[in-house]
Design a binder for this molecule. Structure first.
Ligand SMILES: Cc1cc2nc3c(=O)[nH]c(=O)nc-3n(C[C@H](O)[C@H](O)[C@H](O)COP(=O)(O)OP(=O)(O)OC[C@H]3O[C@@H](n4cnc5c(N)ncnc54)[C@H](O)[C@@H]3O)c2cc1C
Length: 464
């Protein structure tokens, strides 16, 4: 059956674009549909966050050709957009007071062999990452942007899935990838429910400049209302993720610049000398959410559309990158076996590969957040002792470091740095190390309609 694309990715955010690039470089014809204009996504004020990218995820960025745009300037000796995280200091404290001396310290030098001497990860501002992903996507002739575009309906049948836009134009593909974020329209349209629970917290995000070098150390200070993270960016700059109760976060957001800077400094102490906010403040309500299934009829969910977590461990985007890498690998194998990309058996392999890992990480983040975001005296003493015990057990400490650098689990080849481009692009040779992941075709609920074929007219929009 002739379709407009092999794969339609709905959502050209960080995860959608990463998945689109992975699949395009493996030789598939990709359409990326986004409700926003690319120029709006690339605007400086679009997203004030920076992301901790694990070493494994950064290898994937290298394999996709995206890391060059983040680090190339370093070669010339000036600024680079990816700041290494070489050490992580975890401590427990109280705003304005000296943190508990019982801390947990991770140093990448202690897992240098497993990490090929690389840091534990990199801090990259999301806006930089978005620019790098867009630039690489532009180079791929087999990626077409359809944006801005609003989807009205999705119709799946035995041969294809068809998106109907609000101007009644349509596009078809063998597979639809929902990467449209936490409030995924596609997921709702498919009738896929979520398990969700609140954290009763909001995260304030900003960037600060400070007087003294940070030494590539990430600080995670657990305060009673939630973690306060100081994450090393390039130069004498850090990204701040300051978690508070919703009421306190709203109050902090309402402060004038001077009072806000004073509140921040109180939490920092003086270990980095003076500290000055240099970017707008952003505020994100936090909650956990997990889709009951990652697959529907000719449909898979990736990234926040499938799982949205607390940023306590900086893992949301890393999980989404793994989703994209695993999906590309499974689709390459399906093609090599002559299978339909939307076949239930193929999609079940994706779910089997990713759902358990993502569920385990979601629950671990929730548990850590509950354990650390409170001021109950016995819990506080127990967790401080726990930190220092883990600190004194090198194998346990090393396990956590490998986890933070994304080295644990069944890594798709892209996360080991194996590029499809080097493997011949089409990925037609069997990649070799894909294990069979069980599953069978599945009948899915929801209101993605089934019907016979339809013609397709590409809707208007920006095509990069
Ligand atoms: C404060 C904070 C700090 C974080 N820090 C880290 C970190 O350090 N490391 C880390 O790994 N993760 C981190 N995360 C998590 C990470 O930011 C998210 O997991 C990630 O951005 C999710 O990307 P996504 O592409 O799945 O979704 P989104 O970024 O939400 O993108 C969704 C895309 O879909 C588009 N879209 C939406 N609706 C439609 C529609 N109906 N039709 C078409 N397109 C649509 C949107 O325009 C957008 O482009 C953090 C999160 C927060 C809140």
């Amino acid at each position: 059956m002739k379709t407009d694309f092999d794969i339609l990715v709905v959502g050209g955010g960080l995860v959608g674009l990463t998945a689109a690039l992975a699949c395009a470089q493996a030789g598939f014809r990709i359409g990326v549909v986004d409700i926003e204009k690319p120029s709006a996504q690339l605007a400086a004020h679009h997203d004030g966050r920076a992301s901790a990218i694990s070493v494994a995820s950064f290898r994937m960025m290298r394999a996709l050709g995206v890391a060059d745009a983040l680090i190339e300037k370093k070669v010339r000796g000036d600024d680079t957009h990816a700041g290494p995280i070489r050490k992580i200091l975890v401590s427990d404290g109280q705003a304005g007071a000296t943190p508990s001396p019982l801390t947990l310290f991770f140093d990448s030098a202690q897992i240098a062999d497993a990490n090929d001497g690389e840091p534990l990860g990199y801090m990259v501002e999301n806006r930089r990452m978005r620019h790098a992903l867009h630039a690489e996507a532009k180079k791929c002739e087999n990626i077409t942007w359809i944006a801005p575009a609003r989807i009205k309906d999705i119709i799946a049948d035995d041969a294809k899935t068809t998106i109907v836009f609000d101007d009644d134009k349509t596009l078809s593909a063998s597979l639809l990838v929902a990467a449209d974020g936490r409030n995924s329209f596609v997921r709702r349209k498919a009738g896929i429910g979520v398990m969700s629970w609140p954290c009763h917290q909001k995260a304030i995000v900003t960037t600060v400049e400070h007087e003294l070098p940070h030494g590539d150390i990430a600080h995670e200070l657990f305060l009673p209302a939630g973690p306060f993270a100081i994450l090393p960016l390039t130069g004498n700059r850090a990204s701040i993720v300051w978690t508070e109760t919703p009421r306190a976060a709203d109050a902090a957001m309402a402060l004038d610049d001077e009072s806000f800077a004073a509140e921040l400094s109180r939490r920092f102490g003086d270990f980095l000398g003076w500290v000055k906010p240099i970017a707008p403040r952003w505020c994100y309500p936090l909650s956990f959410q997990h889709a009951k299934t990652y697959v529907g009829e000719r449909l898979v969910l990736v990234g926040d559309a499938a799982h949205a977590i607390h940023p306590i461990a900086g893992q949301g985007f890393n999980m989404g990158m793994r989703d994209g890498a695993a999906l590309a690998e499974i689709l390459v194998q399906a093609r090599a076996e002559g299978r339909d990309l939307g076949d239930g058996f193929v999609l079940a392999q994706f779910e089997a590969w990713r759902k358990f890992d993502n569920t385990a990480l979601t629950l671990a983040c929730d548990m850590f957040n509950r354990l650390f975001s409170n001021n109950i005296a016995p819990v506080k003493h127990a967790r401080r002792i726990g930190l220092s015990v883990v600190d004194k057990l090198p194998p346990v400490r090393q396990f956590f470091m490998k986890e933070a650098s994304g080295q644990i689990g069944d890594l798709p080849p892209l996360l080991r740095g194996e590029a499809y481009k080097r493997r011949g692009g089409s990925g037609s040779e069997r990649p070799g190390n894909i294990k069979r992941r069980g599953g069978s075709g599945s009948e899915r609920p929801g209101n993605i309609k089934r019907r016979g074929g339809s013609g397709s007219d590409r809707p208007g929009g920006v095509v990069l």
